[in-house]
Design a protein around this ligand. Structure first.
Ligand SMILES: Nc1ncnc2c1ncn2[C@@H]1O[C@H](COP(=O)(O)OP(=O)(O)OP(=O)(O)O)[C@@H](O)[C@H]1O
Ligand SMILES: [Mg+2]
Length: 248
């Protein structure tokens, strides 16, 4: 079982769009997939039409000696399950604070699922917190959507430094460009500058496309209703690249 987190310090960069579409693509290509919506906003749960409610809240999932399995819900798609968000997840840091090592607590919670899933995708909230530190230490890979703008690059550098400070393995970070508008000179310039400096950059990128926003009213991943769109093809390509790099 591989654990991949969709994470960025920055908000609104396409973490959830990547999580739901990669989860969909993984399940469609035969992987037993679990998407864990760790963001109290519950956007992933919303897109998959799963009620953002966990009985007992975050404490029931990550408190001492608790069981993750009972929070799992089936989605409308074969091989794709979800742990929905709960508004109490905003207090997950308090729960993790009680554990000596947040990463260890998360790892322990996920361990019993190892025989049931090929892939666990974590849709993370945008923050630097105990939860994100725990996620970083438990994930095999951090998938980081980066919009090609100066502030996004700055946030990526901060994340890079944080990984070094936490002594996490080289190669943990897998950034990709998100919401790319190739007509904008700034996007082209920033993208070229970044790819020159960061060899870990994935080659697939997600274009800016209004069809992605249709996921809201349709309450489904883009790959479920517009797989042949440019963005749909990009998400599929991203999945294939991630699957190859992470050997899923
Ligand atoms: N490639 C894209 N093209 C156009 N719009 C997009 C694209 N990707 C995401 N969006 C839209 O941008 C908004 C933010 O995307 P998303 O929710 O995936 O980001 P996020 O990083 O998960 O945000 P948050 O930090 O709030 O969790 C959403 O309204 C989404 O529909
Ligand atoms: Mg999100």
């Amino acid at each position: 079982m591989k654990v991949i987190a969709s994470y960025n310090i920055k908000g609104g960069v396409g973490k959830t769009a990547a999580s739901v579409n990669l989860a969909f693509a993984a399940a469609a290509s035969g992987r037993r997939t679990l998407l864990w919506d760790l963001d109290p906003q519950g956007a992933s749960s919303y897109y998959f039409r799963v009620k953002p409610k966990v009985r007992g809240g975050g404490r029931a999932l990550l408190g001492k000696g608790t069981e993750l399995g009972r929070a799992i819900k089936a989605s409308d798609w074969p091989r794709l399950d979800l742990i929905p968000a709960d508004f109490s997840f905003r207090h997950l840091d308090l729960v993790l604070q009680e554990a000596k090592r947040p990463g260890k607590r998360l790892r322990k919670a996920l361990a019993p699922l190892a025989s049931e899933y090929d892939l666990v995708l974590l849709d993370c909230p945008p923050s630097v917190s105990l939860l994100s530190e725990g996620v970083m230490s438990v994930a095999d890979r951090l998938l980081v959507p980066v919009i090609p703008t100066s502030l996004s690059l700055r946030a990526y550098r901060q994340l890079h430094r944080l990984c070094r400070d936490l002594e996490l393995p080289e190669g943990l970070l897998a950034p990709f460009f998100s919401m790319v508008d190739r007509r904008r000179k700034l996007h082209r310039e920033v993208a070229a500058q970044f790819s020159g400096r960061h060899r870990e950059l994935l080659r697939s990128y997600i274009p800016y496309a209004s069809v992605v926003e249709q996921m809201g009213p349709r309450r489904a991943p883009l790959l479920a209703f517009a797989p042949a769109s440019e963005a749909g093809r990009a998400f599929r390509q991203l999945w294939e690249e991630v699957a190859a790099r992470c050997e899923i």
